[in-house]
Design a protein around this ligand. Structure first.
Ligand SMILES: [Zn+2]
Length: 326
């Protein structure tokens, strides 16, 4: 596939790399995802483009799979080069909300206050949020897309597949001719991605939305996937199934933990995952647990109640209909 070139970019201040993808055709080139907003990333990306005889301003467009800083951090930079940036309609709204409320990073995951997350978590988690914000730059996408639309660049036709979960408006892109899937952070070959509630979400049952998105990708059938991080996904259908089973097992563990006694998400998380070392790791575990709890509520298997301003969850028992003998 000489039309497709992965461009791995460092993520300053973080482990690993983010993979952007350069697609080249007779009519021009397009980039899928941008990397973080950092001068070293711009230098590296510019050097990579030069190997293909390109400069940033010569791209036809940049398409972002989602609004996070490692995938859209250089959106404003590309716009300054005259390159239009494309994103899903839903994530474009999430991006605007994100930049409109820099003061709300602390409550971003809805885990504070109502879920009883202690104050000392604030600093550790707040530092991470502040760092991620520093790797982004405000911009408004030039064009937004929806599920089912096609994008034609670099001689390819890319079908937009809405895959909410990791972000509310995450999209995968399917190259119609070859069946190659650009998976963004929807599925990775060697890791599971963060799925939890955030201020930018449009529904409470984020995990339910994510599981539905996984089922969609699984139903596409086996195909090669190019992910936002890590190795090539040999069979996206099989991997989507695996990830769905992983989350299904987690949901079951959370359900098994519930009883008639109301529990906060932090209590459930602690009893399932123990007291992880860093506040950030404990917060991530709690955030994941919360997505499982809200999924159980949506399925009618748990009940949420507010007690002294704190949200608590308990098992939802369904009344057994009386047996009538006639
Ligand atoms: Zn990412």
């Amino acid at each position: 596939m000489d039309w497709l070139s992965p461009i791995p970019l460092s993520m300053p201040g973080m482990l690993g790399t983010v993979a952007c993808y350069l697609l080249r055709g007779p009519d021009g080139a397009v980039l899928i995802d941008t990397g973080m907003n950092d001068a070293s990333v711009v230098t590296l990306l510019t050097r990579c483009l030069k190997e293909y005889g390109l400069v940033p301003s010569s791209l036809q467009a940049v398409i972002c799979t989602h609004y996070h800083c490692d995938h859209a951090g250089l959106g404003a930079f590309f716009q300054s080069q005259g390159v239009p940036v494309i994103m899903s309609e839903v994530d474009a709204r999430a991006l605007t909300a994100y930049f409109s409320h820099p003061d709300r990073d602390f409550e971003r995951a809805l885990l504070y206050g109502a879920h009883g997350v202690p104050d000392h978590f604030r600093q550790a988690v707040g530092d991470t949020f502040a760092y991620l914000r520093s790797q982004h730059a405000p911009f408004v996408p030039d064009r937004t897309v929806k599920d089912g639309q096609s994008l034609c660049f670099a001689g390819r036709t890319l079908e937009v597949i809405a895959t909410p979960g990791h972000t509310p408006g995450h999209i995968c892109l399917l190259d119609k001719e070859t069946g190659v899937l650009f998976a963004g952070d929807h599925i990775l070959e060697d890791a599971t991605v963060y799925v939890s509630l955030s201020l930018e979400d449009v529904c409470d049952d984020v995990l339910g939305a994510y599981l539905a998105s996984l089922a969609r990708i699984a139903a596409l059938g086996p195909r090669q996937g190019f992910a936002g991080h890590g190795p090539l996904i040999a069979d996206t259908s099989r991997r989507a199934d695996q990830v769905a089973r992983y989350h299904g097992a987690r949901v079951k563990r959370v359900a098994d933990c519930l009883s008639d006694r109301p529990m906060g998400c932090l209590d459930v998380s602690r009893s399932l995952f123990g007291d992880k070392r860093s506040p950030l790791a404990r917060w991530l575990a709690a955030a994941h647990t919360l997505s499982c709890l809200e999924h159980l509520v949506a399925r009618g298997e748990a009940r949420m109640e507010v007690e002294d301003g704190q949200r608590r969850y308990r098992q939802q028992r369904h009344p057994v209909a009386p047996v009538t003998l006639s």
